[in-house]
Design a binder for this molecule. Structure first.
Ligand SMILES: *[C@@H]1O[C@H](CO)[C@@H](O)[C@H](O)[C@H]1NC(C)=O
Ligand SMILES: *[C@@H]1O[C@H](CO)[C@@H](O)[C@H](O)[C@H]1NC(C)=O
Ligand SMILES: *[C@@H]1O[C@H](CO)[C@@H](O)[C@H](O)[C@H]1NC(C)=O
Ligand SMILES: *[C@@H]1O[C@H](CO)[C@@H](O)[C@H](O)[C@H]1NC(C)=O
Length: 266
């Protein structure tokens, strides 16, 4: 495909806006080339929704990527859609190297991709692998390659409680505590044909459905806004552990990225 002037200038612009060096187009990792090739044919629609400030759009009718996970509960609508970029953590008992690594939580930064989800979910499905193929954004920088801005932080408040804190300097959208209620093996590719292994060769982590829980001790923090009821992790890229602990240290991290879809009451 002939890449247009706009694509090359947006590449240059993105390179300048992020800690990522300028490269000849062919030198970018293939998920990044796939993203910009797809962008070239959709530029008019996409260009307006990836600025450095938040765009305006209606995303409550955005459609979750297909999978065999249970559908969102009746009455819930998309409340926020983010791409998370971070690490999955694991532990190994080094005395039993043939055993599988055990999950030990995850830490990710969330970037607001709500408008992209609404306007072009296919483009969004390219983002996790593209974001994972380059180093994570420095603090204060947008997500490569969409320039999506920070919307929150994902971490585990205990081994099984996935926490999403959407309180940033810009706005307070609350905090939610979630338990896994369903999981499915990630498909071999995203959106039909988009490679979703990490640059380290790691397979994509499973797709999940999470449900919000009352936090430990039944005491909600003051900024638990309660709007979010269910959270999905889909279109995952990388992050899975090797199948055994052979040659692995007692604790390690695997880089990953994924779409997170938050469902809530309007
Ligand atoms: C995400 O972006 C949308 C559209 O610009 C905005 O309305 C919403 O407030 C943002 N959400 C968060 C959690 O930052
Ligand atoms: C998702 O599923 C719906 C309903 O089964 C189907 O109409 C649609 O084509 C599917 N979309 C994709 C991208 O597979
Ligand atoms: C997981 O990795 C993050 C990022 O390096 C680190 O801060 C955190 O302590 C690790 N968590 C566990 C449970 O090892
Ligand atoms: C789903 O979760 C269960 C329980 O945590 C686990 O045993 C199983 O391996 C997981 N399956 C997939 C596909 O992730």
């Amino acid at each position: 495909m002939q890449l247009s002037f706009f694509i090359l200038s947006s590449l240059a612009c993105l390179a300048a806006a992020t800690p990522i060096e300028k490269r000849h187009l062919s030198a970018w990792p293939s998920p990044v080339r796939t993203y910009f090739s797809a962008l070239s044919s959709r530029l008019a629609a996409i260009r307006d929704i990836t600025p450095k400030t938040l765009p305006t759009c209606t995303f409550t009718s955005a459609v979750l990527p297909n999978s065999s996970l249970p559908a969102p509960s009746p009455g819930l609508i998309p409340w926020h859609i983010a791409v998370g970029r971070g690490t999955q953590n694991y532990t190994c008992d080094t005395s039993t190297p043939q055993a599988a690594p055990k999950p030990a939580g995850a830490v990710a930064t969330l970037y607001n991709t709500s408008c992209l989800a609404a306007i072009n979910p296919y483009m969004l499905s390219l983002v996790p692998a593209a974001a994972l193929s380059v180093s994570a954004p420095l603090p204060g920088k947008g997500l490569f390659p969409t320039q999506s801005i920070l919307s929150g932080h994902h971490f585990f408040s205990d081994l099984t409680t996935a926490t999403f804190n959407l309180h940033t300097e810009r706005a307070n959208y609350g905090i939610t505590f979630n338990k896994k209620i369903a999981n499915v093996t990630a498909p071999a590719t995203n959106a039909g044909d988009v490679p979703n292994k990490g640059p380290d060769g790691s397979k994509p982590v499973p797709w999940l459905k999470l449900q919000t829980q009352t936090p430990n001790g039944n005491v909600a923090p003051s900024d638990d806004l309660g709007g979010v009821k269910e959270v999905y992790r889909v279109n995952t890229a990388g992050g899975a552990a090797p199948s055994t602990c052979v040659n692995m240290p007692a604790t390690f991290e695997v880089q990953y990225a994924a779409e997170y879809w938050f469902y809530g009451t309007a």
